[in-house]
Design a protein around this ligand. Structure first.
Ligand code: SAH
Length: 220
């Protein structure tokens, strides 16, 4: 495990505080979410050192394989929709850089995260272990299928643009559980689906976002 304390300077801490201020100005008020974002060293691993000054801008950024690390505001927004996650079993679809998973881990969730791109999976899995996030389990697979072996989940969060709501994910929620998912082609509306009973789901609709597409099947 790396020495996070040593590699997290006052400069980085200061940049994170500014980031938190800008996110809260945009309307994110959940203290647990803001505190978790304040603890994740986004400049370590998530970014090449050449791009360090970008690490704490409230923007998405390329991470290779045509994918991006999500914008902190978007991560904060989705995490806020999950509300309290401490001790809960959460499935994330779209591991990517591992940033969203790290925020959930900092909040005390048991995180299961699945990525369809093998190279990203292979890069992110050891990195999260190195950062000490022992409550995150990484999987290489197709998020449309979810993780039936580990279901039911208290909550599921999809971090790629879903063309429709995958039925497998609805079925892997416990009754009373939530699915937070951006749905749409060019622009996505953020939806929160609650499993009301064995065969009934209710939908709430929130703001619009732009995500990279959720694609089916695995990629080598
Ligand atoms: N949560 C990430 C965001 C990454 S962008 C972060 O915090 O950085 C979305 C990711 O979803 C990409 O890495 C993409 O490869 C992945 N993805 C797209 N479709 C998927 C699918 N069907 N199953 C699993 N992952 C998928």
């Amino acid at each position: 495990m790396i020495n996070r304390e040593k590699m997290d300077t006052y400069l980085h801490k200061g940049m994170r505080i500014k980031l938190i201020e800008s996110i809260s100005k945009r309307g994110i008020t959940n203290k647990n979410v803001l505190e978790a974002i304040n603890r994740v060293p986004r400049h370590l691993y998530f970014f090449d050192s050449v791009f360090l000054e970008k690490a704490y801008e409230d923007k998405a950024f390329p991470i290779g394989e045509g994918q991006t690390i999500s914008q902190p505001y978007t991560v904060a927004y989705q995490t806020s929709l999950l509300e309290k996650v401490k001790g809960e079993k959460i499935l994330e679809v779209g591991t990517g850089s591992g940033y969203q998973a790290s925020v959930l881990s900092e909040m005390g969730a048991k995180v299961f995260t699945i990525e369809r791109q093998k190279k990203l999976y292979e890069k992110t899995k050891p990195m999260l272990a190195d950062l000490g996030y022992s409550n995150i389990k990484c999987f290489y697979g197709d998020g449309f299928a979810g993780l039936p072996t580990f279901a039911p989940f208290d909550k599921i969060v999809v971090t790629a643009a879903a063309p429709f709501i995958p039925e497998q994910l609805l079925k892997q929620l416990r009754i009373g559980g939530w699915l937070v998912i951006p749905v749409g082609e060019n622009v996505q509306s953020m939806k929160r689906i609650t499993r009301a009973s064995e065969d009934k789901w209710n939908e709430e609709i929130f703001d619009n976002f732009k995500f990279v597409p959720m694609l089916s099947g695995k990629a080598e």
